[in-house]
Design a protein around this ligand. Structure first.
Ligand SMILES: [Zn+2]
Length: 439
């Protein structure tokens, strides 16, 4: 079976170029620029996709998501998560270890891979598990990282919480380095967080909510960067949300530390003012996320940090929850945003529409650059590479409706908002795993 994606604008390492993409045997068989020398699709057994007006991008790659299985299938399972990922243009996703049981043994890693393989018959999104850094995410005994790596993990993390003890974190970094595994830190000092439920600042005062100081995040970023430098280990900083956090990463990168970092789409667009909901009074529980939404100054600093390379990539931190976990008082609501299906639109609206980044710069932060951080395959359109492709309507405007999500988690603060930039189709290994209508 061949597929010809014709008349699109290809997102190549050299920029945007009009052309056609031929897929054959799960791989990109040929790329034709211009229209003169490409096959005309008239040979019968070729599926032709007219991509006029669309960007033909490498499939999106997400280094940080929560697929919730095993243990929390009422929030999401591997199959629904993969469908949601495909709907969002993602062709590869890395899932965090805070499942039940925790992914701290090879058996759990193998279970996740087995479930993903089974779902692949329908939705072939590539799932890369992340193993726990410590057993049970308890911050004490290290996991058997070698066995986990053999089973298929691509990094280790206690995401959801920091490794509280600095000495233990040092050991994690030292041990992970021996297996060539990046350590992802969830930077949050819980003692400093105290009872904070949103960003500590003007709006927490206005809303009368206990605030979380940015220092809770920045101090752990600094500590873990120092430890990574000490151990010459690869530290990846999850969901940087503050200007100061980006500054710390920038400083350690300049010193030559092996530090990489991500931020999430919501930190580039939404702020703590959103906590008040559409009317400013209703406390939208879907804005409850960890780390919390920050200020306009922070979003601007994060955009600068993306542009100058301090922040390597954008990861969703897709964190689906059941309505029962959210339909409670703000302070009791579970933290997290179901983000696969709005990630591209939010980033396009926050970064490309205002002209902060070109389409290819932005897409690199969701394709090639995350692939590089964890040394994953994919991330660029090249002849011979697996045909992982996302077709994007760059001008497509749409209103977010969580009822249309494939994810079980409908918790998303962009519900009802107008976004620009929409995923129209997703191919993984040459197979169409999502095809929607144009806005
Ligand atoms: Zn986290």
């Amino acid at each position: 079976m061949k597929t010809l994606i014709e008349n699109g604008t290809l997102v190549t390492p050299d920029g945007l170029r009009k052309g056609n993409l031929l897929i054959e045997d799960e791989k990109i068989a040929a790329i034709f620029f211009g229209s003169s020398d490409s096959p005309n699709g008239g040979t019968g057994d070729i599926d032709v996709f007219d991509a006029s007006g669309l960007l033909v991008s490498p499939g999106l790659i997400d280094l940080h998501c929560h697929l919730r299985e095993p243990g929390f299938e009422y929030k999401e399972d591997i199959a629904s998560g993969m469908r949601a990922a495909a709907h969002g243009g993602f062709t590869s996703v890395c899932c965090m270890a805070n499942t039940h049981p925790v992914n701290d043994t090879a058996a759990v890693t193998e279970f996740i891979k087995m479930k993903a393989r089974r779902e692949c018959e329908k939705t072939a999104v590539r799932v890369y598990p992340i193993g726990a850094a410590t057993k049970g995410l308890k911050g004490e005994e290290l996991t058997e990282m070698g066995e986990l790596k053999e089973a298929g993990i691509v990094a280790v993390s206690d995401d959801g919480k920091s490794v509280v003890k600095a000495g233990r974190m040092r050991l994690v970094l030292s041990y992970a380095r021996h297996f060539g595994l990046p350590v992802i830190t969830h930077p949050e000092d819980l003692d400093l967080v105290g009872g904070g439920v949103m960003n500590e600042g003007y709006w927490s005062t206005v809303f009368g909510m206990p605030g979380t100081t940015r220092t809770a995040e920045e101090s752990i970023i600094a500590r873990d960067c120092m430890l990574a430098e000490l151990e010459s280990a690869h530290l990846h900083v999850a969901h940087v949300s503050t200007a100061g956090g980006a500054d710390v990463v920038r400083w350690f990168k300049a010193r030559g530390a092996r530090v990489t970092a991500e931020t999430a789409p919501h930190y580039l667009y939404a702020t703590d003012a959103w906590v008040g909901g559409a009317d400013g009074l209703s406390y939208d529980v879907n804005t409850r996320v960890n780390p919390p939404l920050r200020t306009e100054k922070d979003t601007q600093a994060l955009i600068e940090a993306l542009k100058d390379g301090t922040i390597d990539c954008i990861a969703t931190d897709h964190a689906p929850h059941h309505a029962d976990d959210k339909n409670v008082e703000f302070a009791l609501a579970a933290s997290g945003i179901s983000g696969f299906e709005t990630a591209l639109g939010v980033c396009w609206t926050a970064l490309v529409v205002p002209g902060h980044m070109t389409p290819e710069q932005m897409l690199r932060k969701m394709t090639r650059d995350p692939a590089r951080v964890f040394a994953l395959p994919g991330g660029s359109l090249e002849t011979g590479a697996p045909a992982d492709v996302a077709l994007i309507d760059p001008a497509g405007e749409w209103i977010v409706d969580v009822a249309e999500f494939f994810s079980k988690g409908k918790n998303n603060p962009f519900h009802g908002k107008k976004l620009t930039g929409k995923v129209v189709a997703t191919y993984v290994g040459g197979k169409c795993v999502y095809r929607g209508s144009r806005p």
